[in-house]
Design a binder for this molecule. Structure first.
Ligand SMILES: CC(C)(COP(=O)(O)OP(=O)(O)OC[C@H]1O[C@@H](n2cnc3c(N)ncnc32)[C@H](O)[C@@H]1OP(=O)(O)O)[C@@H](O)C(=O)NCCC(=O)NCCS
Length: 339
């Protein structure tokens, strides 16, 4: 059937009115339907969607499942393998990240979302994933419906996970608090990541391997996005005891992501080392030509990091233009009884 509207426009979507007698199927994304289906995910996920077309050479396990009513797309769930954030987590378990689930406006609240989530679960299990995870903000248009959907699809209760604060580096670097950051004690040395020695790196790797440093806070996490000349470590007695790693945000193209701020637990009580590191990273960002291309900063704080959260609320937030919470939920996948 040919329609008088361009694919992907609102008119096109409204051209599939709800019909309780339509035959509903869920299947992989086909090449020809990309323009129509691309309006069923976020703009930022459209590149990923292309990879998911059945038979795409660089598919890399990207899953795009399309719900169709009498053959016309009315819903889409999109997921990809979890990025290696931890710089070499050795658990060997495959985890999938749910990027989006959308139903056509005229088909919402009709069970399409649930059907897509069930199909995603089966698809993930068949590909050998041990869990599916999702991270999102309450700013989602359908926040309430999405959380209902997660719960009714058997996912864990959604919970607060991280706070993300956005700022212009030119505002942050003139923040009053930066002028009051204590002096670095003489026995410590600040060192940019591009000046780390082989011995520094080897020492950190040993501590990561033994679990002394939590993988999630590894200075090498998401290394493909790392900006070594802006990321900074703190050397004490020939050992790197703290760091603040900065990444080119893969999602916000004009922002630097302030990813991991870590201070050895034994040093956390004294000297204000965390603020010293953060201040140094802010100054490096502001003084580097990268600030023209990426004038924004994104500071992430895990909600369980109480001391860092206090630091962010007191010092960083007054220099930010926006802040919001991230929530997360996950589904553990048991091997199916037939496998
Ligand atoms: C979230 C979304 C995918 C739900 O899809 P759907 O096809 O409407 O979902 P279902 O009809 O299968 O309903 C699933 C659950 O959500 C509930 N729900 C659906 N729409 C709702 C609404 N507007 N308000 C409150 N609950 C709602 C249903 O009652 C059901 O819960 P129950 O099993 O406890 O009764 C859909 O609203 C949507 O596409 N929103 C826009 C995109 C979006 O924000 N996606 C989420 C994050 S990527």
């Amino acid at each position: 059937m040919s329609l008088p509207f361009s694919s992907g426009t609102w008119e096109y979507l409204f051209a599939t009115p709800y019909s309780p007698s339509a035959s509903i199927t869920v299947d992989g994304l086909k090449a020809g339907e990309l323009p129509e289906v691309s309006s069923l995910t976020f703009k930022s996920s459209r590149e990923l969607l292309e990879k998911a077309i059945d038979g795409h050479q660089e598919n890399g396990d990207v899953l795009a499942l399309v719900a169709r009513a009498d053959g016309r797309p009315v819903g889409l769930v999109l997921a990809e393998p979890m990025p290696q954030r931890d710089g070499g987590n050795a658990t060997g378990q495959k985890r999938l990240l749910l990027r989006s689930v959308f139903s056509n406006l005229l088909w919402q609240h009709k069970g399409i979302g649930k059907l897509l989530m069930a199909s995603l679960e089966t698809g993930a299990r068949d590909l050998g994933y041990s869990s599916i995870q999702t991270e999102y903000t309450p700013k989602l248009e359908s926040f309430e419906a999405f959380e209902r959907l997660l719960v009714s699809a058997g996912w864990k209760s959604p919970r607060l996970f991280m706070e993300e604060s956005l700022f212009w580096i030119k505002d942050m670097v003139y923040g009053d608090w930066l002028k009051r950051v204590p002096q670095l004690p003489d026995e410590y040395e600040l060192v940019a990541f591009d000046r780390l020695t082989e011995a520094d790196r080897a020492g950190l790797q040993v501590r990561l391997n033994t679990g002394d440093i939590p993988h999630g806070l590894s200075p090498f996490a998401e290394e493909e996005h790392l900006v070594p000349e802006l990321s900074v470590g703190l050397r004490h007695d020939s050992k790197i005891v703290a760091w603040m790693s900065l990444l080119r945000s893969p999602v916000v193209h004009d922002a630097i992501c302030y990813r991991s701020l870590y201070v050895d637990p034994v040093l956390r009580m004294a000297n204000g080392l965390g603020p010293i590191l953060a201040a140094d990273a802010f100054r490096r960002h502001a003084a580097n030509p990268i600030a023209e291309e990426r004038p924004k900063g994104i500071f992430n704080t895990h909600h369980t990091a109480i001391k860092q959260m206090n630091f962010v609320r007191k010092r960083v937030l007054p220099c930010c233009y926006e802040t919001y919470a991230f929530r997360s939920s996950s589904l553990d996948l048991q091997p199916s009884s037939s496998s």
